[in-house]
Ligand binder design. Sequence first.
Ligand SMILES: [Zn+2]
Length: 269
Amino acid sequence: MVMGATHAVSGAVAGLLAAQVLPPEWGGPTSTAEVFTFAGVCAGAALLPDLDTTQSTVARSFGPLSWVLAKVVDEVSLWYYRLTRGKRDPKRNGGHRTLTHTALFAIAISAGVSALVTAFGRGAVIGTLFLTLGLALRGLAGGWAKRSGWIAVTLVAGVLAALTWTWYPDEIGSRALGVAVGLGCAVHCLGDAITKEGVPFLAPLVPWSGKRWWELQLPSWLSIRAGGTFERAFLGPVLTLVAGALAVWSLDGVPEAVNDALVQFGALS
Ligand SMILES: [Zn+2]
């Protein structure tokens, strides 16, 4: 897989873009607080699929709790793989990169989170933000998270979520928060698919030549090496710049101010 930071930053970019285009009548975010929450949730969710193995760094996000969760998800994924395996799918001993790396999972978790937000409002929004921020911190600040440990990660995620609680509008507009979670999962799968590992994104619904868990993958001459020069020197910095620019653009009043400045400039010249 690509590095955790690349997963998280590409999730942030996807979240900021989706927040711009999702119409408010579909539950899209309408204020700066909602846009940033949407993007933060998407950034963390871009690491969520790897919560299917205790070997991943995100399994350490919330200490023993996330470790046990990863263990359970691993077992459930393996059980589901065996249940749905096609004639020509190989035998497996672990669930990593199966169920949580499918479109089916992304859609199901989207629907689940959106249902929770519709039922419980702000509490569900902030709860989702807290959990995904813990994952995002592991991805974005892996070195710091490793040195400081899971209690520090949990505290920082908790403080950021609590601040957002006070900043969040009373009228919960962004009921489509589930879309941020599903989109993050899909972005994660895309990241895995451009490295040498494939992902069974359409499994188990779309069988192909006797296999239900065939993997989507770029041809080897196009795929990149995880943690290699292209990712470190180009993909990572470019995604970070785009995320920064989109974040500034999302601030209340910035697009209008830029528009005014352009009109003024046009009038003067
Ligand atoms: Zn993965």
